[in-house]
Design a protein around this ligand. Structure first.
Ligand code: ZN
Ligand code: ZN
Length: 148
């Protein structure tokens, strides 16, 4: 999705983000299942400000028991873009007559994918000895034997 510089004015405008790269892989096999983001944008002199607010859903697995999960995460990320020729320590640039928003959407998702995801806070995980999913049943191994 492109944002044309001619659309960006001194006052804040908003648009719904259209992003079609669902099911891309993000961090450790997580895939993007859905995205509901709005971008607000304005310019301050030569600086273009972009702010993405909304949420996205990723499909992933529980870190403990490997069950399939979908996790919805709220996001709010701002970016400040400078003309390409500016030197200094600038992270984001724009050039030409438009800004490709997909790169920023992708970065917003990557930065906000939760690092550790559990199906529930008290997920019992898998038995370290036999691999049984202890959320489903007890396996009969004595976990305490393991530590002694
Ligand atoms: Zn789990
Ligand atoms: Zn077991």
């Amino acid at each position: 999705m492109k944002l044309y510089l001619s659309e960006i004015t001194d006052s804040i405008s908003k648009k719904r983000v259209e992003f079609t790269e669902e099911n891309d892989e993000y961090n450790h096999g997580s895939s993007l299942k859905g995205l509901d983001l709005e971008v607000s944008f304005y310019r301050a002199g030569e600086t273009v400000c972009l702010k993405f607010v909304g949420n996205f859903t990723i499909g992933t697995v529980c870190d403990r028991c490997a069950a399939d999960l979908e996790v919805c995460t709220d996001v709010s990320e701002s970016y400040y873009l400078f003309p390409e020729k500016s030197s200094d320590d600038v992270d984001y640039f724009y050039s030409g007559d438009s800004i490709e928003l997909d790169d920023f959407v992708r970065e917003t998702v990557v930065m906000n994918v939760p690092g550790k995801i559990l199906c529930s806070d008290d997920c019992a995980g898998l038995c370290p000895r036999c691999g049984t999913n202890l959320n489903d049943k007890k396996c009969g191994c004595n976990a305490e034997d393991e530590t002694n």
